[in-house]
Design a binder for this molecule. Structure first.
Ligand code: 5GP
Ligand code: MG
Ligand code: MG
Length: 184
């Protein structure tokens, strides 16, 4: 899927494919350095983190393991409540492991803060977070996101894993939606 396939539903491109890949390479180099000689398990949070996980993992030199979790956050359509349900749990036992949670976006941080507490209760050696995008709201919660791709404005974004009503996840860039899409 590309810009021509979304047509007038797209308002603007916020981060191009090239910007995303350049930044991911920098993040990967830092992760390689930080975990040199250490075991590392990447935990991708479905479904939004699929693109970040695939691209970040391929830019790493470190021989990581990858596992997946799916969670649903109760709340109204646009705001998460912090009450989270596990839809798919990890296959891996986290005991003594270095865990790096890979996220698409941190907005209120409520989902992530629940996830951090949950994974930390499983006896890992360490738990850190890599997020491609972070919104200003995230500053209100006490979460240390060790690796951040981009700090973005408080706008609803789509693409590169992020959906609007389950669509547009397969855009290779991050963009904003035209207002007429919400109005439909
Ligand atoms: P939080 O608990 O941090 O508020 O919510 C995180 C989740 O909300 C993300 O994993 C994502 O699924 C969704 N989300 C937050 N902001 C956006 C956005 O701008 N666009 C899209 N498509 N999803 C978002
Ligand atoms: Mg997510
Ligand atoms: Mg979504």
């Amino acid at each position: 899927m590309d810009q021509s396939d979304i047509g007038s539903d797209l308002e603007s491109v916020l981060l191009s494919e090239e910007q995303l890949s350049t930044r991911l390479a920098e993040m990967a180099a830092q992760i390689d350095a930080d975990y040199a000689g250490e075991d590392l398990l990447l935990v991708g949070v479905l479904k939004g983190a699929v693109m970040v996980m695939a691209d970040l993992a391929r830019q790493l030199h470190h021989p990581v393991e990858m596992d997946w979790m799916a969670v649903s956050s109760y709340g109204s359509g646009t705001k998460s409540s912090g009450v989270v349900r596990i839809l798919k749990d990890l296959d891996a036992d986290l005991t003594g492991r270095n865990v790096l949670i890979v996220e698409d976006i941190v907005d209120s941080g409520l989902t992530l803060s629940w996830l951090l507490a949950n994974l930390r209760s499983r006896g890992p050696k360490s738990v850190e977070v890599a997020a491609m995008l972070r919104k200003p709201e995230a500053n209100k919660v006490e979460i240390d996101v060790r690796y951040v791709g981009f700090d973005i404005p408080n706008e609803f974004v789509i693409g590169y894993g992020l959906d609007y009503a389950e669509k547009y996840r397969n855009l290779p860039f991050v963009g904003t939606l035209a207002p007429h899409v919400y109005a439909e």
